[in-house]
Design a protein. Structure first.
Length: 337
């Protein structure tokens, strides 16, 4: 539960809407604090984390600078929250961006083995929902419609954890209402990029490998769709069964062929250069990242518009060929279910 909270109303500058800044924090009962804390925090379900960055010096990132001032001294909370609201107002350069309330909250961390880690939350509500108010006494009632913030879905938010300050903190981010501008919250306002942790390395390795198997491999080698499905199945099995990723071990167990291994390493290097990222060759495998990416590793062979073959395992039980009737797949199985 937060200890401090302040709210500002941020309009759309392009549409000439105003910025309304609060001068005092909200004084709320514990019941309301718990209700709002649950609303703000329950939206953050992913383990993926980001970090602030800047094209020059990190301190020139406005949100990074503001939260650093607050972490240094909570007396700066109100004034720095205003600075954050002003920055959010200035970066709204798309007329489709919705106005809304921006909440800044301070969460004091609980004591752990690693020490106490405080958090700052920045949340923006944009969509207003209709609701009914019932007024009346005894046997006479009246219904009135009004508009307010629904507590089922947070539109935008971020949580900044007070550690790893020198590399841009650890930041959790969500944007569930992009409204035609996918850069506004992540890039224009926060200016964050993925953290170089096990979640990042697991997800990036799987993504690069999938693209290599489905796009690059058929250009360099004679591989069938069944071969590609086999590569994808083996890779997911490797990531699900291992706790640690090692590129050499992965290459020997999954890719096996020296020429294919060399091609993959080159493809990975080119990807890192193009995307300006560095993917480790050894890292702990993050199970959540594997689960998230495995949905894109569906090994499906599509045959015209007539059949789909879902391949889950043994490549040796699939044969391909061609006769006078055309191309065919031959499948071997032990029992029909």
């Amino acid at each position: 539960m937060f200890t401090d909270i302040i709210v500002h109303r941020v309009g759309n500058k392009v549409r000439q809407e105003n910025l309304h800044l609060s001068h005092d924090t909200l004084q709320l009962e514990d019941e309301m604090k718990e209700l709002l804390s649950d609303f703000f925090l329950k939206a953050f379900k992913s383990e993926e984390q980001f970090q602030f960055y800047s094209d020059s010096y990190l301190v020139n990132n406005p949100v990074y600078h503001a939260v650093s001032e607050i972490f240094d001294d909570k007396k700066n909370f109100t004034e720095e929250s205003k600075a954050i609201a002003k920055h959010l107002y200035e970066v709204a350069e798309n007329p489709r961006i919705q106005s809304g309330e921006m909440f800044v909250c301070y969460f004091e961390g609980e004591e752990t083995d690693e020490g106490k880690i405080d958090k700052i939350g920045i949340f923006k509500t944009e969509n207003k929902l209709p609701f009914l108010k019932i007024k009346g006494e005894e046997e006479s009632f009246d219904l009135q419609q009004d508009w307010g913030i629904g507590l089922s879905k947070l539109d935008k938010g971020c949580i900044i954890y007070n550690h790893s300050r020198e590399t841009g903190y650890a930041v959790s981010v969500i944007d569930q209402n992009k409204n035609g501008d996918e850069y506004y919250w992540f890039e224009d306002f926060l200016k964050v990029q993925p953290r170089s942790d096990d979640y990042f390395h697991t997800g990036e390795t799987l993504s690069v490998y999938k693209d290599f198997i489905t796009k690059q491999l058929p250009q360099e080698f004679e591989v069938s769709k069944a071969d590609q499905a086999d590569f994808l199945n083996k890779s997911i099995t490797f990531f699900k069964e291992k706790e640690q990723f090692d590129l050499q071990e992965f290459s020997k167990e999954v890719l096996q062929d020296e020429n294919v291994i060399e091609s993959f390493v080159n493809y990975k290097t080119d990807y890192e250069q193009d995307m300006q990222v560095s993917i480790a060759e050894e890292f702990p495998i993050n199970a959540t990242a594997v689960k998230k990416n495995s949905r894109y590793f569906k090994s499906v062979i599509k045959l015209d518009k007539n059949f789909h073959i879902y391949v889950h395992g043994d490549r040796q039980k699939i044969e391909t060929g061609q006769d006078e009737k055309g191309k065919y797949y031959r499948l071997y199985f032990d029992e029909e279910k």
